[in-house]
Ligand binder design. Structure first.
Ligand code: KG4
Ligand code: ZN
Length: 334
């Protein structure tokens, strides 16, 4: 049986990525060209530089994905591209490339929501996984609890009211003089510290929403007042205590939502899913509650195009195609 070949394209932030999938879940290639070293000296992503780098990288990355997959461009059946949320100038590079290729190859174009793509990374890591499930999506731009009823049916149960979890990690890392992106740095440093050393506050937010800006201010106040008093700061303890506060909030709400909506499977997604404490704590809690726990391999946690191709494939099964009027939607929601 000839299986559909989907080319995925992702340029929403600081990774230029392209991937080829055979059928819905078989990765033939997954190429990621990261711009992290370029943005590191500015302490965060500079949108204008990101767009320019995407323009330079996009065609070589697509070429490499096609070559590594061992296929010809003419064999591609359809093209899935991230159209939001993200940086508008960055998104436009991927969207323009995808529209041009789809037109030239005369193949369908599929518009993919980046956050949905993150959830679908789990289908690539766990071929047996099927909806319904509860997804905790935590990235640099979003923190949300999603009820995935079917492949093309999502319900937003709650989300952050201010900072995203990854954003909080990055901001705290920055004031601690750790390089961008701060999440992996805090994760590493926290392993050397005591998570119970400092009792940072947990926000009391109703329903299944999150809030991390109060926690961020509490950590900043702690660091500033210690500096002013000339007290020595144990950075590892600060990192571990901050991380525990974030993880506690995310895990508590996830377990409560699973109980309320009677869901037996929990899926972790997004860049912050790579956090070892979040993964470990959520897994432990799921085990204790008799829930199945899924999370993507590290390379599929952070931005990549295989997850976009996977999401696109399932949209194509319901003939959810885009056309040449497709535009970037930087503030796209679920
Ligand atoms: O999903 P992603 O690659 O990009 C967005 O869609 O935002 O997520 C990037 C975010 C960054 O904030 C980064 O600091 C965070 O994920 N991150 C982590 C870890 N690895 C990446 N946060 C905590 N611990 C990690 N190990
Ligand atoms: Zn992402």
């Amino acid at each position: 049986m000839i299986k559909i070949l989907t080319l995925g394209i992702e340029t929403s932030c600081d990774e230029t990525a392209a991937a080829v999938l055979r059928g819905g879940r078989e990765i033939l290639s997954n190429v990621i060209s990261t711009q992290i070293p370029v943005h590191q000296k500015f302490g965060g992503v500079v949108p204008e530089i990101a767009s320019r780098k995407h323009i330079v990288n996009i065609m070589p990355v697509i070429d490499e994905a096609i070559t590594k997959a061992g296929v010809e461009l003419s064999q591609i059946s359809q093209i899935a591209v991230t159209y939001g949320p993200g940086l508008v100038g960055a998104l436009l590079v991927g969207v323009s490339a995808a529209k041009t290729l789809a037109y030239a190859l005369k193949v369908p174009l599929i518009a993919v929501n980046h956050m949905e793509g993150h959830i679908f990374a789990n289908f690539l890591s766990a071929p047996e996984l099927e909806p319904p499930f509860l997804a905790l999506v935590v990235s640099g731009g979003h923190s949300a609890l999603i009820l995935q009823k079917d492949y093309n049916n999502f319900e937003l149960l709650g989300q952050t009211r201010d900072d995203a979890a990854g954003e909080a990690f990055d901001k705290i890392a920055r004031v601690m003089d750790l390089p961008y992106p701060g999440g992996p740095q805090i994760d590493k440093l926290a392993k050397l510290g005591n998570p119970d050393a400092i009792d940072f506050p947990r926000a009391k937010v109703s329903n299944f929403d999150f809030s991390f800006s109060g926690l961020k201010s509490a950590v900043l106040n702690y660091l500033n007042s210690a500096k002013m008093k000339g007290e020595e700061i144990n950075n590892a303890d600060v990192a571990a205590s901050f991380q525990k506060a974030v993880v506690d909030a995310l895990v508590d709400k996830t377990i409560a939502a699973a109980e309320k909506f009677q869901l037996k499977k929990i899926v972790l997604a997004g860049g912050v899913a790579a956090n070892s404490s979040l993964e470990g704590t959520l897994r432990k809690n799921c085990d204790a509650q008799g829930l199945e726990f899924y999370f993507p391999s590290k390379i599929l946690c952070t931005d990549n195009a295989a997850m976009i191709a996977c999401r696109g494939y399932y949209q194509s099964l319901e003939k959810k195609f885009a056309d040449s009027t497709l535009n970037a939607v930087p503030n796209l929601t679920f």
